[in-house]
Design a protein around this ligand. Sequence first.
Ligand SMILES: [Zn+2]
Length: 434
Amino acid sequence: MRFSLLFLMLASADAQDIRRLTILHSNDLHARLTPDTNERGGFAYLATLVRRERAGCDHCLYLNAGDLVQGSPVSTIFRGEPVYKIGNMLKFDVSTIGNHEFDYGYVQTKKFLRMAKYPVVSGNIVDDSGKLFARKVYVIKKVNGLKVAVIGGVMSDLGGFLKPKDLGPWHSTPVKDMAARYAKELRGKVDVIIVLGHIHPEEGSSIIKEVADVNVVVEGHAHGGRKELEAADGRVAVGCAGYGVDLCRLDLEVNKREKKLVSWKWTKIPVDSVTVAPAPDVAKVVAKWEKRVEEKVDREIGEARRDLEKRDLTPMIEKATMEEMKVDFSYMNAGGVRDRLAKGKILERHIWNIIPFDNVMMTAKIKGAAISDAIRKGRAVEPDKEYTLALSDFLATNPASIKQLGLAGVKFAEVDLYLRDVLINWVKKKKVIE
Ligand SMILES: [Zn+2]
């Protein structure tokens, strides 16, 4: 009798140590303040869902995994600042830095960190002396009686995604090593360790597989997001789709004593602007900023006779560059094409969404023999003849792309022309895109 009573007491004590923790998360919102051509996303609609999910939830945390800016005219024209202002209305609990946070230069990134009314954590962006870019590597939040550490990180190859001048003296270190180091330091002090990473999914996978101290990885960067949650040895990784098309929700049960996850369930909540009402306060601020760019970008410049996907737009941008700049060759990186073009009227805004970056053009003269297959794309060249080549400065100044395109040693000169304007001018002349 005494034995079974003791057993019951122990069992119930164990049961009390199981606590719920829900992580709402988003990433790569990319300044898409208004819904996309499929009526998905938009900050005011996302805000409604975040508020609905958090209402009365004492075990909820909302995390945002980087790349808040860059992707719409408001962001480009005002260098990301309105997006950080509106982002504050979403009330993230913790956020991290994405590669695109550096698109307006690292001084502006510092400004974003000051503007954010929530901690922005990142532990592997450093200068040569090892000084950290972010003020905090991690924060510890108390949620439902659990101490939850959130460690921030960015991809180990951050430099490959930026113009060297925008990153300045900063670079990233291997994210898994950083996560392992801080998780070890935190393990005795907290119940749950989350890595909030603007990282490649492979990096997220390797963290949950190899860093036993980390319970959860919440990723950003891959715009498709993960199809399913990945679990390894009781640890999990998730990543939501970009552009705010979904809000993601990870429901966990945590054994507080063992500091381990007991159960997990991951769901995606569509941010459907047809069925979700916009949050009025956010909608008002979005409308104010949209109004300021309207005159500049809501001008009709042509017509698309069909839907053009990103894979159709990449060669089209190369063609536009060759025709507009009267050069023999050009190359467009598929990752630089940020939106599709829907059938119908083409507004200047649509081109801004496709190429939000203020990338300027650069040209070079290059001998036929030195032009790589990636640039030639099967076109014949005479080895000794000199050809002209035009690239964006993103490609022409980044060592990773110079290497990939076989352009080491080629001298480029800057042209006073944005890549975006090349495409705008070309569409204006063509009028109709078949
Ligand atoms: Zn990114």
